[in-house]
Design a protein around this ligand. Sequence first.
Ligand SMILES: [Zn+2]
Length: 369
Amino acid sequence: MARRKDVTVFYDERVLNHAPDVNAAFLPGRLDKRVRAILSGLAVQWKYPEHPGRIRAIVDLLEREPVEGVRFATGQPATREQLARVHTTSYLDEVFSLRNKNAWLDVDTTAVSPGSVEAAEVAAGTAIAAVEAVVAGNTDSAFALVRPPGHHAEPVRARGFCLFNNVAVAAAHAQAQLGCERVLILDWDAHHGNGTQDIFWADPDVMFVDIHRAAPFYPGSGGLQEVGAGLGEGTTVNIPMPGGAGDPAYLRAMQDILIPAAEYFKPDLILVSAGFDAHWYDLALNVTYEGFAAMTSIVQSLAERLCEGRLAFVLEGGYNTESLSRGVRSVLDVLAGGDIPQPRICGMAEVEEAIAFHLGAFTDDSTGN
Ligand SMILES: [Zn+2]
């Protein structure tokens, strides 16, 4: 297939400066004592799982194996006003007071290092830059390569390695400044996007569709019955999956829930909270690169049909750097107009080959029968 589409990857190196080191001295207090007690009970030396190497692995792969049609652009820090559309002022004051410090933010082991607050401002601002580019029509689609991730961050609480809710900040900016009335957010990270759900829980103008591994998997929310409230009842759509669910279940959910929901909602912009921890290398679910590619194709055609192609991806989780980087690349390839590989059932082609190879060994033709 001919390459026909421009994709802009928004990336700012300052996101690498968020690097909590558990061996450093953290702000003393109750949280530090509690987290240290938890960590000391672990059998292995604990390292902060959401580390700069995640983004480096993606950038390295895209340099080694560039995707035709993909270009890079830099990001920018979000302003306090932009962050305050989804976070409380007291929460922002607390986080900003931790600039240049090492501190725990939550007992679930979310932490900051000296560069983290700026990295988090840049992550949210880079998601905004991606949205501005697609709404202005400067690119066919965009991918914000950011960290710390955002979808667990609530209006007043950091959680799950997330400080500011990047995708929510970007959606709120599109509504406030870019003339987008209705925004659809699809979250396909393995974990439920509790923060994004919380922020838009009663908002009828943001539809939140989340496919994730069901509770008790972290963070434990995202049940089928969680559909929003008040004026926003019906615009939160949760699709909990059992551990091990893979491409067929994900694609069925996209076909039979996402597509009708999006057609009903008629968004002006589609955002994807794109985590890659649903890939089977991260051991929670069973999505493949072909699965991510096929899901991208579905979202891309929805955007083309419903909102003039306005589509931006924002990176969330993904902790195996191989599947993270290959997953991002498979998404970019489809966005750029590449072929859409067909998901297949893992092992079926190989077992067919093995059948053909072995079958002769079990046919006794020595008797001449
Ligand atoms: Zn995740």
